[in-house]
Structures are given as structure tokens and as C-alpha cells.
Design a binder for this molecule. Structure first.
Ligand code: PLP
Length: 430
């Protein structure tokens, strides 16, 4: 049974959170400024491509001459600073979009280098870590090296990693489930330049999941050759029901399209049923929606930092993604936390999340996600692999107001009184 807090209790918690919010006002204002810049770029792209009502109509069968699909790609290309884009419900997830990029670029005998450590969990089997089964990159004869990444790069390490002929350089913008920080656009820009100096022929692919619209630039603005992500995270604006996207150099995007459909067919085929309005409208909402999520993350970070938990990013630290990590330190607290997130959700609030194995992940994962769209990272949710230091990763939030309500219920579940929140504020260093 879902328990809804009483009016007076809720009022006290929200009043305490308002005080926390005051300490991070400058960070929240910066988020609004970024949203405005991104909203302008999105609006201008819609106008430049003359998006109209016909763009939203379904296509059937092969989906030949689907003008809306074509314009959607063109709008994404403009927004993401790329020559071309491929935005499709036929990408089943972000992992699929990234994987299509990898297989489009890499051929047997080629070398791939990851500069940000192991790619995200769901890509481990694609890489063929541990077991180079047929079809994985390792099983296909792709050579691979990775940097052990903890947040900074040094030139010597890059020299060493890029000494050999390299076809593809992989960069993950978000932290994923790692303890390392996300990459800011400044860091991505520097890294791209350093790679181009050493290996101008290498294709730079950025896993852009959770990074879209967090800052004013996207990887292709900064010189990346390809960037890919999921539509049920940032760029779908909470409306896209499924899908993934790829942006980048037009010759490379065409090869990715050949991978997605078939060589010779490419981007000119693929009917779009029941998704185009959501894709367009979701992209239009995305800068605002990402801002809502970021404000929730900033408030959560300040709150738990004041309460004495390790948080990352810290208040005031530049953010490269929408994720807020909170180190809870023990499995019981972690489960209480996730149960409260679930209870405070608009959908499935009566369910209890329990740790379980997940396809594509190594540790057991506890996931609190009472979302309209299954697994949507754009909606307020919490995930945590069940391993020390029992860090919970918070992401999303369609509205900042919802995140505030959820945080007050998390506090209640952890047994932190409103008074204790106010008392803790004197320890908050911003
Ligand atoms: C979510 C995520 C992915 C994978 O996307 P899915 O849509 O879940 O397959 C890849 N990389 C990062 C950093 C992610 O956050």
C-alpha cells in the first residue's frame, strides 16, 4: 500500500527543502540560462526545416518518401551541430544506436580505443569482455585498448594509447554507474583536439546518453565525428515512447543507416508509426525537461551533502550529465531510498522494488522507476548496483515540483526529520 504523507508533514518537509534550495539558487539560475540557449537552437532548427503538421503523419509499409522522417533527421542534425542524423524508433535503445555506430565503422583487424574506461554496462557483451563470442567486437577480430579513467587525462597516456593505428576512439560523456565524474563539454572539446592531433584519421564516437542539453554544446559541435544516444533519456523530452539517434558526419551516418537497415537501403526506408509527433514535440520540450531534471539533481545533491553523505557531482561542480550520485554506504539505506522513490512515483507507486539480475548488467540492480515509459531515464528514477559503496544514481524528473515532493518522502523514509534538514544546512559548503 502506498502511504501518502499528511498535509502538515508534507508542508514541513517542503519548507525545509525550500531552505536547501536557497543555498543553490545560483546553480538553478545557471540551469535556466542554459535551457534558454538550447531552446533557441531547437526552435530555430524547427523553423529552418519548416516543420509542419504533415511531418507528424504516420507512414506505412516501407515508409518510402516519409518527409517527416527526413525533416526529423534534419532538425536533429541542426540541433546537434552535425552534418546528418538518424532518428528512429527502429533503434530499440541507446545501446543499439551506439552498437550500430561501432559496427558501421569497425572492420576485422581494426583497433578501437576507449578513453573513458570500460563502456557502459550494457555494452560489455557487445565488446566481448571476458568472452569473445562470435558477433561481439572481440569475436569479430577488433583489437581493443582502454584507459583507466578517473576524471583527468594526461598527454603521455594519450601518446601511448594512440601510438598504434586506430580506427575508432570511444568517449562516454556520462558517468553511467561509475564513480568517476561526467565529462564536461570543455573536457570533450580538449580531448577531441588531442586525439585529432595524434590520430587525425580516427573516428571519434561519443556515447552521449544522459548528456544532451545539459550544457550549451553537443559532441559534434566540439568536433566529434559521431554521437549517439537514447530517445527515452534526455532528447525525447519525456514524450518519445522508444527509439535512439545518431548524429555526425554524413558519410558515417550513412554507414550507420546501412547497418540499421541494409546496405543500399539506409535511411530512405523504415515506416514511422505513432511516434513522429512525440519525437518532434519531445525534442522541442527536451531543453526544458532536462533543466527540470537538473534542478532536481542539484537540490538532491545539496540536500544529501548537507546531511553528510558523499555526493557527486558536488554542489557548484560543472555538470556533464543529469545524474546525481549519492553514496549511501549500506544496503538497507539503499533499499529504503529506492522504495521511497518508487512510492513517490505517479505510476506503479504501489510496487516495491527489489534487487534483481538484469539483462546486460553484472551486479544485481535495484531500480525504482514508476515511469510512464518503461525504463525512461528522463523520468525521476533511481538505480543502484548492489555493491559497495552502495551508491544510488538518481536521474530524470519531468517536473522539478515532482522531484521536490519525492525528496521530501525519501527524507521521511530515511527517518530524517524536517528540523534535522534545517540544522544540517550550517554544514553545507557551496
Ligand atoms: C543508458 C546508457 C546507455 C545505454 O542506453 P540504453 O538505452 O539503456 O540501452 C549507454 N551509455 C550510457 C552512459 C547510458 O547512460
Amino acid at each position: 500500500m502506498t502511504t501518502v504523507p499528511g498535509e502538515e508533514t508534507r508542508r514541513q518537509y517542503l519548507a525545509a527543502l525550500e531552505q536547501v534550495e536557497k543555498t543553490v539558487e545560483h546553480c538553478l539560475a545557471a540551469v535556466d540560462r542554459t535551457a534558454l540557449v538550447n531552446q533557441a537552437r531547437v526552435l530555430d532548427a524547427f523553423r529552418a526545416e519548416q516543420v509542419d503538421e504533415y511531418c507528424f503523419a504516420d507512414s506505412t509499409g516501407y515508409g518510402y518518401h516519409d518527409l517527416g522522417r527526413h525533416k526529423l533527421d534534419a532538425v536533429y542534425a541542426r540541433v546537434f551541430g552535425a552534418e546528418a542524423a538518424l532518428v528512429r524508433p527502429h533503434f530499440v535503445s541507446g545501446t543499439h544506436a551506439i552498437t550500430a555506430c561501432l559496427y558501421a565503422v569497425l572492420a576485422p583487424g581494426d583497433r578501437m580505443v576507449s578513453l573513458t574506461g570500460k563502456p557502459y554496462d550494457t555494452l560489455h557483451r557487445v565488446m566481448g569482455y571476458g568472452q569473445a563470442f562470435p558477433g561481439s567486437l572481440a569475436g569479430t577480430g577488433i583489437h581493443y585498448a582502454e584507459a583507466d579513467f578517473s576524471g583527468t587525462f594526461d598527454g603521455k597516456l594519450l601518446d601511448k594509447l594512440l601510438a598504434g593505428k586506430t580506427r575508432l576512439v570511444f568517449i562516454q560523456r556520462s558517468r553511467g554507474y561509475a564513480e568517476r565524474p561526467s565529462l564536461t563539454t570543455t573536457a570533450i572539446g580538449n580531448l577531441v583536439q588531442e586525439v585529432k592531433k595524434r590520430r587525425p584519421e580516427a573516428v571519434i564516437l561519443v556515447d552521449n546518453c544522459y548528456g544532451e542539453f545539459v550544457q550549451e554544446q553537443e559532441p559534434c559541435h566540439l568536433g566529434a565525428d559521431l554521437a549517439a544516444g537514447s530517445l527515452i533519456k534526455n532528447p525525447g523530452g519525456g514524450l518519445a515512447p522508444t527509439g535512439g539517434y545518431v548524429t555526425g558526419r554524413s558519410d558515417l551516418v550513412e554507414r550507420v543507416a546501412w547497418r540499421l537497415t541494409a546496405p543500399g537501403l539506409g535511411a530512405g526506408i523504415g515506416s514511422m508509426v505513432g511516434v513522429k509527433r512525440q519525437f518532434f514535440q519531445g525534442l522541442f520540450l527536451a531543453p526544458h525537461q532536462v533543466a527540470q531534471a537538473l534542478k532536481g539533481a542539484i537540490l538532491a545533491g545539496a540536500l544529501f551533502s548537507a546531511l553528510g553523505f558523499g555526493v557527486s557531482p558536488q554542489c557548484g561542480e560543472e555538470r556533464g550529465d543529469i545524474i546525481q550520485a549519492v553514496r549511501l554506504g549500506n544496503p538497507e539505506l539503499l533499499q529504503k531510498f529506492c522504495r521511497a522513490v518508487q512510492q513517490a512515483s505517479p505510476v506503479d507507486s504501489h510496487l516495491t522494488p527489489v534487487p534483481a539480475p538484469m539483462v546486460g548488467y553484472e551486479d544485481q540492480i535495484i531500480m525504482a522507476a514508476g515511469t510512464f515509459i518503461q525504463g525512461a531515464g528522463s523520468e525521476f528514477s533511481a538505480d543502484a548496483p548492489l555493491r559497495p559503496p552502495y551508491t544510488v544514481f538518481l536521474q530524470g524528473g519531468l517536473t522539478f515540483a515532482h522531484v521536490r515532493l519525492a525528496l521530501s518522502e525519501i527524507l521521511a523514509a530515511l527517518g530524517v526529520a524536517p528540523r534535522a534538514v534545517l540544522d544540517s544546512l550550517q554544514f553545507l559548503k557551496i
